[in-house]
Design a protein around this ligand. Structure first.
Ligand SMILES: [Mn+2]
Length: 427
């Protein structure tokens, strides 16, 4: 490695001179810029070749993906398969504010994701080389002054994206070769969106958007809290607007029929909050959720939790919502309402990999509030000293957020949002 870097330092000025002299002739003269294969990511040759770019350079997008201003007239015609989309809204939060900076923080934490190309070892896949077009669509414009208006903006922004045509066709079943048909209720093949929150309130408008394509949807929800609270229990007293917040949005989603209800196919994970009383669980049952308590990691383990989730959602289209507070604050302190006794980053990532093969139609990660990331500098120093393994090193404590999404992205790119036509006829 040291030898390679030395080579770059010596070779760089010479090569730049050569390029100045005659731009467009020989392939070798493209060095060093020839190594950077935008728009996807800096592409590192490895295996004996030099590393040509630094992972900390450039404009920060998620995983250094190309930035498309999807919601501006200029970007409105750009097709994609999976988009990262920020929703910087945090005026529905009950305790620590700051998740409006979540999208920016998560992007900053994600820069190393493609350092060596982005191959996911346990899932044996590289989501960035899957052939699917993955972009960073920037942020939805969200007003910080009017929650009612902001929630409409989030729904509209998300819906605009999932209702666009995809870049890639749905393709054929990898086993039988039969053509796949969409699993949506409108019969269309929709692109997927991974939303970077924002506080958890954003999931109400996101589920309204999802409903437009998939109807009532199964939900996998990782959180230390229920978020199905009745407004009378959780902050709703002052006004109708106060009744829609990051502890009640699933109550409203259930009331509006956005969640597949009555057949127990939504699933919470990592629950460990205190309650107003046992009635909160009854209310949660009524909203259609099954619960997995955080402490079950000690009894049924990661495999048992994966099994429970898979049995609950089956092969239904599913929306995945991850509250970063499902991870223990020891690993992820930068969140609005931290609860001790949570899962480790390693455990949540293993559980997410266990969702491989499920039809995840879209996803989010919420409640990342970078202002409380007070240990970041310490982690950076410790990381620099300890290891070069990308799955062990944390450049900052924000790293769990992008790593979690790396698992989600890997699972998504492995499984197309379709089923074989013969099977759909049987249903
Ligand atoms: Mn939550």
């Amino acid at each position: 490695m040291h030898l390679h870097l030395a080579f770059v330092a010596i070779a760089l000025p010479v090569v730049l001179c050569a390029q100045d002299a005659h731009h467009d002739h020989h392939h070798d003269e493209q060095i060093p810029l020839g190594y950077v294969k935008y728009p996807y990511q800096a592409q590192y040759p490895g295996d004996g070749d030099v590393t040509a770019d630094s992972i900390f350079s450039g404009i920060t997008t998620f995983a250094r993906l190309p930035w498309v201003q999807c919601l501006s007239p200029k970007g409105s015609s750009e097709a994609f398969d999976i988009a990262f989309l920020g929703a910087p809204f945090d005026t529905g939060t009950s305790y620590r504010p700051g998740a409006r900076f979540g999208p920016a923080g998560i992007r900053a934490g994600s820069r190393r994701l493609t350092l060596y190309g982005g191959y996911n070892v346990p899932l044996e896949t590289n989501p960035f080389l899957s052939g699917q077009k993955i972009v960073d669509c920037g942020d939805i414009p969200v007003t910080p002054y009017d929650n009612h208006f902001a929630i409409k903006q989030i729904e509209q922004g998300h819906k605009t994206l999932i209702q666009r045509p995809t870049f890639s066709p749905l393709g054929n079943d990898s086993v039988t070769g039969e053509p796949l048909v969409p699993i949506s209720i409108d019969g269309k093949h929709h692109p997927r969106v991974i939303t970077l929150g924002g506080d958890h309130t954003i999931v109400l408008p996101l589920l309204r958007s999802i409903y437009s394509a998939y109807g009532p949807i199964s939900v996998i929800h990782f959180d230390s809290h229920l978020d199905t609270w009745k407004p009378s229990v959780f902050g709703g007293a002052p006004s109708d607007q106060a009744a829609i917040n990051h502890g009640t949005y699933f109550y409203w989603a259930s009331q509006e029929g956005l969640i597949k209800n009555g057949s127990s196919i939504a699933s919470h994970g990592a629950i460990r909050t205190t309650l107003s009383g046992p009635a909160d669980y009854e209310n949660d049952d009524n909203a259609g959720f099954k619960r997995i308590e955080a402490r079950e990691i000690d009894t049924i383990g990661v495999d048992g939790i994966i099994k429970k989730i898979r049995e609950t959602v089956g092969d239904m289209p599913v929306y995945l919502s991850i509250d970063i507070d499902s991870i223990d604050p020891a690993f992820a302190p930068a969140t609005g309402t931290p609860e001790t006794g949570g899962w480790s980053t390693r455990e949540l990532r293993a559980i997410l990999r266990g969702l491989d093969g499920l039809h995840i139609v879209s996803a989010d990660i919420v409640e990342v509030a970078p202002a409380y990331d007070t240990n970041a500098e310490l982690t950076t120093m410790a990381a620099a000293d300890v290891s070069l393994d990308k799955f062990i090193v944390s450049e900052s404590i924000l790293t769990p957020f992008f790593q979690v999404l790396f698992e989600v992205l890997s699972v998504m790119t492995k499984t197309p949002l379709g089923k074989v036509a013969s099977k759909s006829k049987a249903n």
